[in-house]
Design a protein around this ligand. Structure first.
Ligand code: FE2
Ligand code: FE2
Length: 152
């Protein structure tokens, strides 16, 4: 299990051009997700407010679910060939994170420890997923003339 020390040692998640999918709309959402992770991490170290950890964990997970749904809607609508595979990776991740979230909310072990584990899992997974799976849809969506209205 990840402890507070290792979570606090993780470098701040900085969004760089390397993470760009070519789709501004989704890049902006990825930046928001990085921001939530950084706020959460800075509040799990030392005597920070557990209320903030609680609120930001809620926001991070809600935002992640909305973001996944929007990607899935547009990939499905435009018949992206990797849609099923992409959605399966989202689903697998949500199952793992929901498990951590339930333990965090139920107070089954020290909240800060679980929060630290959530940060590590989310931040590592998110970077890997964006760099491989999300970047793979960029060119396709551009060719299909993506507009944000397509996720509505
Ligand atoms: Fe994705
Ligand atoms: Fe994404």
């Amino acid at each position: 299990m990840t402890d507070m020390y290792s979570a606090s040692m993780m470098p701040k998640l900085e969004w760089e051009e390397l993470f760009s999918t070519g789709i501004d709309y989704f890049d902006k959402q990825h930046k928001v997700l990085f921001g939530f992770i950084n706020v959460l991490r800075s509040n799990t170290v030392g005597k920070r407010n557990l209320e903030v950890v609680n609120e930001v964990t809620d926001s991070l997970l809600n935002y992640t679910m909305t973001h996944f749904l929007e990607e899935e809607i547009v990939l499905c609508r435009l018949d992206f060939p990797g849609f099923a595979d992409h959605k399966a990776e989202h689903d697998e991740f949500l199952i793992a994170v929901r498990d951590l979230y339930i333990r965090f909310k139920a107070g089954k072990s020290e909240s800060r420890l679980i929060a630290a584990e959530i940060i590590t899992v989310v931040s590592e997974w998110l970077q890997g997923h964006i760099l491989v799976k999300d970047k793979a849809y960029g060119e396709f969506l551009l060719q299909k003339g993506f507009t944000p209205e397509m996720v509505k």
